[in-house]
Design a protein around this ligand. Structure first.
Ligand SMILES: [Mg+2]
Length: 259
């Protein structure tokens, strides 16, 4: 499914000194009716490997999914990645520490499942430390019901907050899940940029969702390249690509354009 041409200019020609950060759903992968329904096009693993090689390994996924889910999706490829909107981060093949799951989340998750059954098409995605409520494929009324539920559930989850995305609201720790400072996609990108092979490079971040705006802000502040996939009025991104197939075509060209 192709949308209109993006209103933002295309990204500039690629450079071997880029550090490339990529959102996954709605950026690398087309959306599906359910989070589990997405598929990774066969050529994409090779494309990502070639891009990582061309950039000295400075390529990372930055997603709302867990690292475990990202690894399952892209297997056998294991890339540096930030998961759960920056709550999890793994550099290369080193182990990662995820946030803690509060005991109260189990009951909230069960109650959410019960509510979702009353709103066919809505989906509860239990990610361990966070809980995402999706209404992409649900009938009218599901959005209001799920948002109201999430707001009420916050009372049982001290330190948690609501994070809004496209057809989804997520209950997540307000901080980094370890009693530390706030974590988001921007803080994940900033942390990667403090470490080799990302440090000293020009950050480039492509994403489609509201939660990607944190990443765009960090990249812009560091003189990098922010790329919005699709359209969103008021986005801080300065470049645009039309849709995930446009992103994949751009990435497929990238190693050759650098060489
Ligand atoms: Mg996305």
């Amino acid at each position: 499914m192709s949308g209109p041409p993006p209103s933002l200019p295309p990204p500039p020609p690629p450079d071997a000194r880029w550090a490339l950060f990529l959102d996954v759903d709605g950026c690398l992968l087309d959306f599906a009716a359910t989070p589990d329904g997405v598929s990774v096009p066969p050529a994409l693993r090779d494309t990502l490997t070639a891009c990582a090689d061309a950039l000295g390994g400075a390529l990372a996924l930055v997603s709302g999914r867990t690292l475990e889910t990202l690894d399952a999706l892209f297997a056998p490829l294991v890339l540096p990645a930030g998961g759960l909107h920056g709550l999890e981060r793994r550099h290369g093949d080193t182990s990662a520490v995820g946030p803690r799951r509060p005991p109260a989340l189990a009951a909230v998750s069960r109650a959410a499942d019960a509510l979702a059954e009353c709103h066919p098409g809505s989906i509860v995605e239990d990610k361990g430390a966070t809980l995402a409520l999706h209404w992409r494929s649900a009938a009218a009324g599901a959005e209001d019901a799920l948002q109201a539920f999430a707001l009420e559930a916050l009372r049982q989850l001290p330190g948690y907050r609501m994070q809004h995305g496209k057809h989804v609201v997520e209950l997540r720790p307000g901080g980094d899940g370890h009693g530390g400072a706030h974590a988001d996609k921007g803080s994940a990108i900033a942390a990667f940029l403090d470490e080799p092979p990302f440090s000293g490079r020009v950050p480039v971040f492509a994403g489609d969702d509201l939660t990607d705006e944190h990443g765009f802000a960090v990249v812009n502040a560091r003189g990098g390249i922010s790329i919005l996939v699709g359209e969103r009025p008021g986005s801080a991104a300065r470049h645009g690509l039309r849709d995930p197939s446009d992103v994949r075509a751009w990435l497929a060209q990238l190693p050759g354009d650098i060489a």
